[in-house]
Design a protein around this ligand. Structure first.
Ligand SMILES: [Zn+2]
Length: 267
């Protein structure tokens, strides 16, 4: 197997390995080291590069992840599509633990993260209206439906800085906007991928109800243990979903994610 890959998978909390028969490689980037070694493996004629977002032993909390190195490392391998599964909390009663959400929007409430590759002299303003790849989202929705998974075809994820979880007041604010899920890692991962003209889709697995649910005192606020428990119960379904999505991804892209910089560059 050569050291090239077509599709990247960035596994989140609880998702530290994906395929068998992998070749592990160390990749260096101008932005430093990615979170861990990258595991290359084949699905059909496609080479998949798997990277655990927090490192295999979860040694990088969300605010300490080198997102630029992670995305750049995949770009160096030739990756043109990334699937970024993650665990998230629900902000709405109808979005339940065990459900899958194919997010179409995010709201950034993180701060201080290095969220661009363009610090000058080249100035680049990528579009933000549709941050997730429409082609990958469509495939993910189709496959999840076929597999009969509990699915929300769209959703807004609010990305918070962490590492602490929300207060009740914060969570109430997020819910009141109608946002569906809350997470600590979608930003800046998704925008960095777009800056390098890589298609990116998120697959959220809902693990908890954030601070609980109004009027439901029996529902406990989120804890790290709860996230891992629900995530592990659903991990095989998530892996199976991602496997089939990768099988379905066509060789050629039919989206505009790879043309971003034609219009984004200034001067
Ligand atoms: Zn795309």
């Amino acid at each position: 197997m050569d050291l090239k890959a077509d599709i990247g998978v960035i596994g989140g909390t609880g998702f530290y390995a994906f395929l068998d028969d992998v070749k592990e490689i160390t990749v260096e980037t101008p932005y430093g080291a990615p979170s861990d070694k990258i595991a290359l493996a084949k699905i059909g004629d496609k080479t998949v590069a798997f990277l655990p977002r927090h490192g295999k032993d979860h040694r990088f909390p969300p605010h300490m992840i080198n997102y630029r190195a992670n995305i750049y490392a995949l770009k160096q391998l030739g990756v043109t599509r990334i699937l970024g599964p993650c665990a998230s909390g629900s902000l709405q009663p109808h979005v339940k633990p065990g459900d899958f959400v194919i997010c179409d929007q995010f709201v950034n409430r993180t701060w201080g993260r290095k969220d661009t590759f363009y610090d000058g002299p080249i100035t680049t303003h990528i579009g933000g209206a549709e941050p997730y790849c429409p082609e990958l989202r469509k495939i993910a929705i189709e496959v999840a439906k076929e597999k009969g998974l509990p699915l929300h075809e769209r959703g807004t994820v609010v990305v918070v800085q962490g590492p602490r979880f929300s207060t009740k007041a914060e969570s109430r604010e997020f819910s009141s906007h109608g946002w569906e899920v809350i997470n600590m890692t979608q930003y800046p991962e998704v925008v960095l991928a777009r800056e390098l003209e890589i298609c990116y889709a998120n697959i959220t697995l809902v693990t908890d109800y954030d601070v609980g649910l109004e009027g439901h005192p029996d529902i406990e606020p989120v804890s790290h243990e709860m996230v891992l428990k629900v995530f592990n119960e659903n991990l095989e379904k998530l892996k199976d979903l991602i496997y089939t999505i990768i099988e379905r991804i066509p060789k050629e892209r039919h989206c505009r994610c790879g043309e971003e910089l034609k219009t984004a560059r200034m001067g």
